[in-house]
Design a protein around this ligand. Structure first.
Ligand code: SAH
Length: 369
């Protein structure tokens, strides 16, 4: 076990890192391309099976490197086809990933941290506290694991067509590992997904939004949940640091100069809290100022929460008011709730919550700014 953990996990390396790795072994950089294709196109993780590498190199790789994915601790299938994996990490923590099949696409929802430090009041991940950031390999490893477990459709098409970072954690508080994993999702030698098919969802970390734009071309979803600062502060405490105005400015800058791009705003409807016609009207006038779509999420309940889901008529009314105000709004169909796989229901197993503190958050944001 100890020998294993000293080996370098190739999933932690992006394309540049993998080229450097082969150069350091005295090998040509194109070895990186061969290995990437084995891993991400063929889902092969055993060096012995990478037959175009040469026997010597394969032997050397087996001694110093590995392709280590999280360990599958559990796999649950929902009646609607949704699959949820509980994935074990070194040290005993666990995270969750969810695959959501739809007729025209298959979306994999992955985690970026063990737990979350942002304390949004209506999210069950928040109740778990925060333990640590995932490594790049643990992030991309979730995609690799799921791709391998799901296989291909009968017509040879891949089952995962979209990836969303909407599982446990705040992706922009784990910036470098997330960017490295996103590059592999996008790159032709990796999963080769188009920019609009890879989405980072953030609670609104303003400096992180600007940094992300500079580094990798992906779609952005922003968790808004309220049309004014007073209410948003109650639901998303991060709003105290980054209120709505600078957040929307960052969103406008994110799509500026990129054709046909828009931000997806997420808005979880909480009965009697943020779901009135006045809220809907205020939201429409805010969102008209940003190229955007609105995704309304019916609240998913979890043990211990005082919030309730808005009634269906209320959700419908909210949607039509926003649409009448000139904003495209869809209601996210709740998937996998019979296996607690719906938005805000992912909990994993968060050991060592000692870092759940304002201290950690201040440091993480300071680094990010
Ligand atoms: N940290 C990221 C990813 C979170 S999960 C972010 O904040 O965007 C993805 C979405 O589900 C977010 O919009 C989140 O606010 C929302 N969500 C969290 N808990 C929920 C719940 N119990 N019911 C419905 N949506 C929830």
């Amino acid at each position: 076990m100890s020998a294993q953990s000293t080996r370098i996990n190739l999933l932690d390396l992006d394309l540049g890192g993998l080229r450097d790795f082969f150069l350091s072994l005295g090998e040509k950089p194109f070895r990186a391309h061969q290995v990437l294709k084995w891993i991400y196109h063929q889902h092969v993780t055993d060096f012995e099976a990478m037959t175009d590498l040469g026997l010597d190199l394969r032997r050397r790789l087996s001694l110093i490197a590995e392709v280590r994915m999280p360990e599958i601790l559990g796999e649950q299938h929902s009646a609607d086809g949704t699959v949820k994996w509980l994935l074990g990490l070194p040290g005993g923590s666990a995270i969750e990933s969810v695959f959501i099949p739809e007729p025209a696409r298959g979306t994999l929802c992955i985690s970026s941290q063990v737990g979350c430090a942002l304390n949004c009041t209506f999210c069950s991940t928040a109740t778990q506290g925060f333990s640590r950031n995932l490594t790049a390999g643990e992030i991309i490893g979730q995609v690799l694991l799921a791709a391998r477990a799901l296989g291909h459709e009968r017509n040879g098409r891949r089952r995962i067509t979209n990836v969303v970072l909407m599982g446990m954690g705040e992706p922009l508080l784990n910036f470098e590992p997330v960017v490295s994993a996103l590059e592999i999702m996008r790159h032709d030698l990796g999963f080769g997904l188009a920019a609009k098919r890879v989405t980072v969802s953030t609670a609104g970390l303003v400096p992180g939004i600007a940094r992300l734009r500079d580094r990798v071309d992906v779609a952005l979803a922003v968790s808004l949940h309220a049309p004014n600062d007073a209410l948003r502060e109650q639901l998303v405490p991060l709003n105290r640091k980054y209120p709505i105005k600078p957040l929307l400015d960052a969103c406008r800058a994110y799509v500026a100069g990129r054709r046909k791009r828009s931000i997806t705003f997420e808005y979880t409807l909480l009965d009697g809290v943020n779901d009135s016609p006045q809220h809907a009207r205020a939201l429409a006038s805010l969102l008209k100022t940003v190229p955007s779509k609105l995704n309304l999420i019916p609240f998913n309940s979890f043990p211990g929460t005082a919030y309730r889901c808005s009634r269906p008529e209320r959700i419908e009314e909210f949607q039509s008011i926003v649409m009448a105000g000139g904003v495209i709004a869809t209601v996210r169909r709740t998937r996998g709730d019979d296996i607690d796989a719906a938005c805000g229901q992912l909990v994993g197993r968060v050991l060592d919550r000692t870092r759940r503190s304002r201290g950690y958050l201040a440091t993480a944001q300071g680094k990010d700014a």
